[in-house]
Design a protein around this ligand. Structure first.
Ligand code: AMP
Ligand code: TRP
Length: 347
């Protein structure tokens, strides 16, 4: 990522800024960690980073008001435990910064209904119920675009499942720049998806992504799972009767095996082929315990820190307060410019 170089036709000349968010809708799992959190930690040393806990996105489906603040604190604690440093990166809850909702409305008037109706995540989440889900769930990707653009973020580290939402954010940014004749006002944000952990699958079904909302807890490794539980879940993970293969082609028809090899590679920061070179010809009776040991050793310090933060909510709240102030400070002048560009009275 070079300074001032955002590809694909953007005229944006501003500095690079990284933005990402996670929903406070339950404990984080290994997919969130490898797909997004580890990238947050890597990026904070080189770039200005803004990491949000997207509580406004969470309430697109009903959240118990008694639990929401605690869930938000939990995600913040997970950011901190994974190594996001509040002296380097900004960490804050979305609902604390008014720019998100305000810009989401403006961008609702820029985005087209046809664009939103193509969003596969909405179709998956709404299922047959699409008439009865909230309007917020439908408009969710516009709020996501607002999150990013309220900070003029140029780069967005996310897992593979967010690719389509990021494309929409780029389309909305481009249309705003065109409609109001302000070339290069918004950057066209680039997703940072590549990497070994971009799509971690369920341990029970290699064709389904690992997800907070899967009813089977055995389908995922939570960052808060005990070492015993982690070992048990990997032991029970679905595989086939074969051995670990020696080449990548053979992984293509064995999604569960591919997933476990991918998890090993992401945790050890190796390539899939490196892992095959080490375990080719071995049975899963050998590979699974090795993977469990690796995961336990990797997650042990994180889950210890996570529990420390959860025991000291006041410390987390201080980080969130400080982050909210900084996020408001960055987004305020950008919102002032947007109101001027759109021609609102008083702007
Ligand atoms: P969410 O839990 O939906 O708020 O997702 C937070 C972040 O984790 C997003 O960047 C997702 O793309 C990423 N993520 C979620 N599930 C997975 C998965 N199974 N594999 C890789 N990344 C994931
Ligand atoms: N939609 C994202 C998810 O479910 C979360 C999110 C909301 C996000 N706003 C964002 C991610 C802005 C990146 C940038 O994972």
């Amino acid at each position: 990522m070079k300074q001032n170089q955002v590809g694909n036709g953007s005229d944006y000349k501003g500095p690079n800024r990284v933005f990402s968010g996670m929903q406070p809708t339950g404990a984080l799992h290994l997919g969130n960690y490898l797909g997004a959190l580890t990238k947050f930690v890597d990026l904070q040393n080189e770039h200005e980073c803004v990491f949000c806990i997207v509580d406004l996105h969470a309430v697109t489906v009903f959240q118990d008001p008694k639990l929401l603040a605690g869930q938000t604190r939990e995600i913040a604690a997970a950011y901190l435990a994974a190594g996001v440093d509040p002296d380097k990166a900004i960490i804050y809850p979305q609902a604390q910064v008014a720019a998100h909702t305000e810009l989401a409305w403006f961008l609702n008037c820029v985005a087209r209904v046809g664009w939103l109706s193509r969003m596969t995540q909405f179709k998956d989440k709404a299922g047959k119920n699409s008439e009865r889900v909230s309007v917020g769930l439908y408009a969710y990707p516009v709020l996501q675009a607002a999150d990013i653009l309220a900070f003029k973020a140029t780069h967005v580290p996310v897992g593979e499942d967010q690719k389509q939402h990021l494309e929409l954010s780029r389309d909305i940014a481009q249309k705003f720049n065109n409609d109001f004749n302000v070339p290069g006002f918004f950057p066209l944000p680039e997703p940072l998806i590549k990497g070994p952990g971009a799509r971690i699958m369920s341990l029970r079904d290699g064709n389904k992504k690992m997800s907070k909302s899967d009813p089977s807890d055995n389908s995922r490794i939570n960052l808060t799972d005990s070492p015993d539980k982690i070992a048990k879940k990997f032991r029970k993970a679905r595989t086939d009767a074969g051995m670990v293969p020696d080449n990548l082609d053979e992984l293509e028809n064995r999604p569960e095996v591919k997933n476990l090899v991918g998890i090993y590679a992401a945790l050890a920061r190796l390539s899939d082929q490196d892992v095959l070179d080490e375990y080719a010809g071995q049975g899963f009776g050998t590979f699974k315990p090795a993977l469990a040991d690796l995961a336990v050793e990797h997650l042990r310090p994180i889950s210890a820190k996570l529990n420390d933060y959860l025991a000291n909510p006041g410390d987390v709240d201080k980080v969130l307060k400080r982050g909210s102030d900084k996020a408001a400070e960055i987004s305020m002048p950008i919102m002032d410019d947007i109101r001027k560009i759109m021609g609102f009275w008083g702007a």
